[in-house]
Design a protein around this ligand. Structure first.
Ligand code: FE
Length: 227
C-alpha cells in the first residue's frame, strides 16, 4: 500500500524514520489520518531526531538500534539514549503490528502455528484479545502492551514508558501503543475503547506469525538499522 512520506523528511544522523507501511487514511475510522500524521510525523519522528542528536553528541558509531537498546538499558547515565532508541524501535514495531481492517492479515491464519499456540496458551483468540485489552487498561500511565513468545508459550505483557520486552528475553510478536498520543485526538481519555477497536480489527496477525517463526532473537534482527 502506498505510503505518504510528506511528513518524513530526511534527518541528520545514523538513524532514519521508517515510512508507515500503509497510507495515513488506511486505519480510519479506528485510527484517524490526523492521529497517524501526529503520531508518526511528530512523535515517532521526534524520537528519531533526538536519538540522532544524542548519538552525534556522544560520538556513538556503527551500532544497530537494538544493540544500542541492549547496551543502554538500565544505565542511569544513558537513560536519554535508551528512551529515544527504544521508542524509535517500539514505533517501528508498532506500525508493523497494524494492518487495515478487513485485510487478509486481520485474522490469525486458520490451522497455523500461531493459531495453535494461541489456543494452547490462552484457550482461543477471543480470550487473547480480552487479555490484551485488560493489560492495556491496567497499564498505569504511558507504555506498551505486547503479545510475546516466552519459551514454548505465548503470553501478554505490558511495559512502562519506553521499555521493551526483548531485553528481558521475551520475543515480541505484536504490540499496541498505549501512550495517550496514540489515541487522544480520536478517543480523548477512552483508552479501553481505542484498544478494544485496535485489538478487534487492526492487529497484523501475519506479522505476528512471521515473528513467531524467527530463528534469531531480536538482538540480531533489529527492525531498524543505521543508514
Ligand atoms: Fe507512540
Amino acid at each position: 500500500m502506498k505510503s505518504d512520506r510528506s511528513t518524513t523528511p530526511a534527518v541528520t544522523g545514523p538513524f532514519t524514520l521508517s515510512p508507515l507501511p500503509f497510507a495515513h487514511t488506511a486505519l480510519a475510522p479506528i485510527i484517524s489520518a490526523r492521529t497517524l500524521r501526529f503520531h508518526h510525523g511528530k512523535h515517532h519522528k521526534g524520537y528519531v531526531d533526538k536519538l540522532n542528536t544524542l548519538v552525534l553528541q556522544r560520538g556513538i558509531q556503527d551500532v544497530s538500534l537494538v544493540e544500542l537498546i541492549h547496551s543502554t538499558q538500565g544505565q542511569p547515565g544513558d537513560r536519554d539514549v535508551f528512551n529515544n532508541a527504544a521508542q524509535t524501535w517500539n514505533h517501528d514495531f508498532y506500525w508493523q503490528s497494524l494492518t487495515p481492517p478487513m485485510g487478509k492479515s486481520a485474522q490469525p491464519k486458520h490451522g497455523g502455528e500461531l493459531a495453535r499456540l494461541i489456543d494452547d496458551s490462552f484457550g482461543g483468540i477471543q480470550a487473547l484479545k480480552t487479555e490484551l485489552v485488560k493489560a492495556a487498561t491496567a497499564q498505569f500511565g504511558s507504555g506498551w502492551v505486547w503479545l510475546v513468545r516466552d519459551g514454548t508459550r505465548l503470553k501478554v505483557m505490558k511495559t512502562s514508558n519506553a521499555e521493551v520486552p526483548f531485553t528481558a528475553g521475551h520475543t515480541p510478536l505484536l504490540t499496541v501503543d498505549v501512550w495517550e498520543h496514540a489515541y487522544y485526538l480520536d478517543y480523548q481519555n477512552q483508552r479501553e475503547q481505542h484498544v478494544t477497536a485496535v485489538v478487534d480489527q487492526l492487529l497484523n496477525w501475519s506479522f505476528a506469525a512471521e515473528n513467531l517463526m524467527r530463528l534469531q532473537d531480536f538482538a540480531r534482527t533489529p527492525a531498524s538499522q543505521p543508514a
